[in-house]
Write a protein that binds this ligand. Structure first.
Ligand code: ZN
Length: 248
């Protein structure tokens, strides 16, 4: 269930039921994603992951609310592209801690981070925030897909590091919000095999420096809604598993 769409009484009743209730926070960014995907690509992906996770949990009798997504995050690598809105890590962390405090006061049993914005500064911030929230006494479920074991469950392109607005992400947006994809435009984009992971490790500080003058990496032309649906299922299962462990 989406918390923002529910009346407050529905949340009150769920929390009063005595069974543990999880909150899932979709974490995205307002960031350039090639000429064919929307700036809110990561918001769409994280929200799609969160919604599927909540459905999986409800199927197992576990109550989970999907919170309205947090769309603003550190996104410095894309800051040279119009429309990108980057905030500092300190601001991002402060918002997360305050959201967690509010949830804990109300009696939520677990806060889950559904994240698909893999900017290194954002991921580092989320790791710190997760530790801080846990120290407040609210368990955090944060499957970090940039860690080797989880990355290995995702697509070849994702693992290659040449992955931003490419086949992986274009497929995910096609699966849930096809009306936001310039599918014809994506089909004619040449592959960009430059690895972001390698470029970041070598000190690149912008997408252009990393070899992505149009803010995409990978192979948008190979995207499909079917691949996106598969990736969603894998990510949602990982998140559901982490939440169940968090509630145990
Ligand atoms: Zn993205």
């Amino acid at each position: 269930m989406r918390l923002g769409d529910a009346p407050w009484t529905a949340v009150r009743d769920a929390l009063a039921s005595g069974a543990p209730v999880a909150a899932i926070l979709p974490l995205g960014a307002v960031e350039a994603h090639g000429p064919h995907l929307p700036l809110i690509t990561d918001v769409v992906i994280s929200d799609g992951m969160a919604a599927r996770t909540a459905a999986m949990l409800e199927g197992q009798g576990v109550r989970a609310f999907v919170l309205p997504a947090l769309a603003y995050a550190p996104a410095g690598y894309a800051s040279e592209f119009a429309g990108t809105i980057s905030i500092g890590a300190a601001a991002g962390r402060a918002v997360l801690i305050d959201i967690a405090r509010s949830l804990k006061e109300q009696g939520f049993a677990c806060l889950a981070f559904a994240n698909s914005h893999f900017d290194p500064e954002n991921v580092a911030m989320l790791r710190e925030a997760a530790a801080e929230v846990a120290a407040l006494g609210l368990p955090v479920a944060f499957p970090d897909f940039t860690r080797r074991a989880l990355a290995a469950t995702l697509t070849e392109e994702f693992q290659s590091g040449a992955c931003h607005a490419g086949q992986f992400e274009t497929s995910l947006v096609l699966a849930d919000r096809p009306e936001l994809v310039d599918a014809a435009g994506g089909k004619v984009l040449a592959d960009n095999p430059s690895s972001l992971v390698t470029a970041f490790a070598q000190g690149a500080t912008t997408f252009a420096e990393a070899g992505g003058p149009d803010a995409y990496f990978g192979s948008p032309s190979n995207a499909s809604a079917a691949e996106g649906a598969r990736s969603y299922d894998i990510m949602a299962a990982a998140l559901a598993e982490t939440i169940l462990a968090c509630l145990r």
